[in-house]
Ligand binder design. Structure first.
Ligand code: NAP
Length: 343
């Protein structure tokens, strides 16, 4: 990195279908300077998350889109490289929302201090941050798991799903994981401790799910939608709960799925089985409960009850490719870009 320049990944074109490398552009600008009361942030880690696909689109959503030619948004873990703000010193670590770039300027109000020498700073983007919090609230507040229930979760080795399944085990559930490929499924069973893992790419995926759930499904934590949800729907028990967290299999879709309209099947199942299905957007709905989550998760991590896997990619120049891969299941764990070395 040239320490006088600021590399930025901007949104060049709005993708139609799957994003392409040409939808992004890596531009070089001057390193910003700071005024009184401001800090200069050096990005060390950048979080890549599925919601960013929504920000690339100008379709109405819960948050505004990234404007064309603007820097892609995203949470970062940064160090203070220069400070004109008495609350921050050179070298301090902070959680910021400074996007896909080397340097940014803040007045300090939007920063969460992470201390002088945090042991695992990037965890603020994963297990101790937005994805871990999402898993915790969606499962515990919306689904309210009980011991002995069957919990099904897809994207089960990813940032959210891996935590959902592990909290489910702590709460005494039988956890049936769904993941893409043999390696992820082995990890889900052998490291994360899930009872079974089914590969959603297998030809007989729906039959394998039936076999794995002889007592039906009490909780389906929805991360992916599409074919996985189609296989889950007929297996739902009376009183089942479905936290609707994400629908990643549909984020690149340009039209409704082909085939017969299944809305009446879905509504009929919800009615007859008295199913609770609830969407949520983590910080909009649960920001006030972050401290409760952080305290509990810190305790579980210290007790060795939660495993956390990070998929670290070196270099801001590789962020676009890594993000495209996230939507194809190429990440194995929480996807984080190492933007720069620490100070
Ligand atoms: N509501 C909220 O506030 C909130 C907050 C955070 C995340 N989310 C949602 O939670 C979900 C998981 O996010 P994450 O950050 O934890 O990502 P992640 O699981 O770390 O990575 C995405 C994973 O999705 C799976 N996937 C991708 N395309 C798929 C397809 N067509 N069919 C089935 N699975 C597919 C892949 O896993 P496999 O290879 O195992 O299939 C991929 O590794 C996403 O839907 C995201 O939008 C929602």
């Amino acid at each position: 990195m040239d320490n006088m320049k600021n590399r930025q990944v901007i949104l060049k074109t709005r993708p139609i279908g799957a994003p392409k490398l040409t939808d992004f552009n890596l531009q070089i600008t001057a390193k910003p300077s700071i005024a009184e009361g401001e800090v200069l942030l050096r990005s060390i880690y950048l979080s890549l998350d599925p919601y960013m696909r929504g920000r690339m689109s100008d379709a109405p959503s819960y948050a505004p889109p990234v404007a064309l030619e603007d820097v892609m948004v995203g949470a970062t873990v940064c160090q203070v490289e220069a400070s004109n703000n008495e609350k921050f010193k050179l070298g301090d670590w902070v959680l910021a929302y400074s996007g896909w770039q080397d340097f940014s300027v803040s007045n300090g109000e939007d920063l969460l201090p992470l201390g002088r020498s945090p042991k695992t700073p990037s965890h603020a983007l994963g297990i101790m941050g937005m994805p871990g919090f999402t898993a915790y609230m969606g499962l515990l507040d919306i689904a309210q798991p009980k011991s002995g229930e069957t919990l099904v979760v897809a994207a089960a080795t990813g940032a959210v799903g891996s935590v959902v399944g592990q909290i489910g085990k702590i709460k005494g559930c039988r956890v049936i994981a769904i993941a893409g490929g043999k390696e992820k499924c082995e990890y889900a069973k052998n490291v994360l401790g899930f009872d079974q893992c089914i590969d959603h790419k297998a030809d007989d995926f729906a039959q394998q799910l039936i076999d794995a759930c002889p007592d039906g499904i009490d909780i389906y934590y929805e991360n992916v939608g599409g074919n996985v949800f189609d296989a889950v729907l007929p297996l739902l028990n009376t009183g089942a709960r479905i936290p609707v967290c994400g629908l990643i299999s549909q984020y690149n879709a340009t039209q409704l799925p082909k085939g017969p309209d299944r809305l009446s099947l879905l509504m009929g199942t919800i009615l007859v089985k008295r199913i609770k299905m609830q969407g949520f957007i983590i910080f909009d709905d649960y920001a006030h409960r972050y401290d409760e989550f952080a305290e509990q998760m810190t305790h579980w991590l210290k007790a060795g009850k939660i495993h956390y896997r990070e998929h670290l990619v070196e270099g801001l120049e590789n962020a676009s490719d890594a993000f495209i891969g996230l939507l194809e299941g190429k990440n194995f764990g929480k996807l984080v870009i190492q933007v720069n070395n620490p100070l």
